[in-house]
Design a protein around this ligand. Structure first.
Ligand code: ADP
Length: 486
């Protein structure tokens, strides 16, 4: 058995680590403002850490409100000419960025995995290709805005302040930057403090692409830096993806201003398995819904509902499948579950596991020897839970699944909608009519049928209720970055 991959299974896998010798990481990163890398005015830096071994990777500049002001001024100045450039010309730059991401895909994937702890298989096959696709997709829209909004004259809003989380660092940067540029806006973007490296690599690519200076500014820092962007008077639009708590804070901060805002916040997605579903595929779907990216996914299927008649079978198969999941070195190509992104997040997850136990729920975790250093959490099931349990109601953002049963369609719709969130849901059944019935009655922005966690740049993504508002992706994603005279 491999020393990194401790799991109980009949198969053994040799170590298959992705090499790191092809990547370039600097010791220290500066702020990317007005087309240049500049030192932070107050000279402060913070460490970015590899969560799988707690080792420091690099020092990263911490932007204060003074740096934010310089970045916003640069974006404002650049807006004057960028907003007048033809869509065709804007599109060329966006295509160029997409192609440069493709060229450096391997380097991006390794850095994403080192900085964030996600398995290399996911950063290589999902995060980075999807990020490139997002730029390709919106490059295509840049000169076709009149078709997106027929008989109306869409205009860019101005400077977009964009704040992104740590679970899909490069992909979220792409979701934010690509539609903003396609519609003629300029950008000040802040990646999360635990995962700044791929956004800074993207800054290098943007510089290389020849994008006019000041059109995209990438500044690093934590919550205070984010708050300075939100509060800056010359930022015209805020696009935020992150926790519902910070989302509420942002709404309060901009109340009474003319700033536009889109918020993509937390979730507690229902994954519903009917008795007529293809059970083996559904079990794979359950695993993908909650254990993909260690469960650090706002649209994760974190609440499982199984029809009573097949509940024992599904739970049995699920437990067996969990035994085979490989947890360990994120850089190993066999790894299924990588490291928890930060010590802070691991504490949150452990807090909820304790709450579940204190609430009297039954826990199941496969036997696994977790690596000694770093942040780790085994895949976890909570059985015998009910709607009133906090682990069913609150977002955990980790590899923790609550399992409930149901008898009728009405019952499961009621239970699935009984949550403050409304981002995603999944339905597993062979009956098309059942799928259509549920997709109309489930209050969730994204509903997958016989699959889960599938993303496409052409498909709009966003939530209801405390999951936020506004849509990203597709034609809908353009709307948040334009205004109309009429
Ligand atoms: P988490 O709690 O899981 O770390 P957050 O919502 O705090 O998620 O983080 C998402 C992003 O929001 C990060 O880039 C973070 O730095 C930023 N952020 C945190 N607090 C604030 C704030 N008060 N105003 C603006 N941005 C913030």
């Amino acid at each position: 058995m491999s020393k990194n991959n401790n799991f109980k299974a009949t198969w053994t896998y040799a170590d298959a680590p992705e090499s790191t010798d092809h990547i370039q990481i600097k010791k220290q990163y500066e702020l990317f403002i007005d087309g240049r890398f500049v030192k932070p005015i107050k000279g402060k830096y913070f460490d970015t850490i590899n969560p799988s071994n707690q080792e420091k990777i690099a020092s990263v500049a911490e932007a204060t409100s003074e740096d934010v002001d310089v970045a916003v001024k640069a974006a404002n100045k650049a807006f004057k000419s960028w907003s007048k450039l033809s869509g065709k010309e804007r599109g060329k730059y966006i295509y160029r960025i997409a192609r440069l991401i493709q060229e450096r895909a391997r380097e991006f994937a390794v850095i994403e995995t080192l900085d964030g702890g996600k398995p290399i298989r996911e950063s290589r096959d999902i995060d980075i290709p999807l990020a490139a696709n997002h730029f390709f997709y919106y490059a295509g829209w840049a000169d076709k805005l009149e078709y997106a909004f027929p008989n109306r004259k869409p205009k860019p809003i101005g400077v977009a302040g964009q704040i992104i989380p740590w679970n899909f660092p490069l992909l979220m940067a792409a979701w934010k930057i690509a539609p903003a540029l396609a519609t003629g806006n300029t950008v000040v973007l802040k990646p999360a403090e635990t995962t700044p490296l791929t956004a800074l690599k993207l800054a290098e690519i943007i510089k290389e692409s020849g994008l006019p200076k000041g059109v995209v500014n990438i500044i690093t820092g934590a919550g205070e830096t984010g708050a300075s962007i939100v509060n800056h008077p010359n930022v015209d639009k805020i696009a935020f993806t992150g926790s519902t708590g910070v989302g509420k804070f942002i709404q309060k901060a901009i109340a009474g201003t003319s700033k536009k805002v889109t918020l993509e916040l937390g979730g507690k997605g229902a994954n519903i398995i009917f008795e007529d579903a293809a059970i083996d595929q559904a079990v794979e779907g359950i695993v993908n819904a909650i254990f993909f990216n260690q469960g650090h996914v706002c649209c994760a299927g974190s609440r499982l509902f199984v029809q009573e008649s097949v509940a024992n079978l599904v739970i049995e198969k699920l437990k067996r499948r969990l035994e085979t999941l490989i947890i360990g070195n994120p850089l190993d190509k066999n790894t299924d579950i990588g490291a928890i992104n930060s010590t802070k997040q691991l504490k949150t997850i452990n807090k909820y596991i304790k709450i579940g136990l204190d609430e009297g729920c039954e826990i199941y975790q496969p036997e696994c020897n977790l690596p000694k250093n770093g942040n780790w959490c085994p895949p976890t099931l909570f059985l015998n839970v009910s709607q009133s349990h906090r682990i069913v109601q609150e977002e955990i953002f980790g590899p923790v699944l609550t399992v409930q049963t149901f008898r009728t369609i009405d019952e499961v719709i009621e239970k699935a909608n009984n949550t403050p969130y409304g981002l995603s849901a999944g339905v597993w059944t062979q009956k098309g009519a059942k799928i259509f019935n549920l997709t109309q009655k489930l209050k969730a922005g994204i509903i997958w049928a016989n699959t889960f966690n599938k993303f496409d740049p052409a498909s709009p993504f966003g939530g209801y209720k405390e999951s936020g508002f506004g849509r990203e992706g597709g034609l809908h994603g353009l709307k948040s970055y334009v205004k109309f005279d009429d």
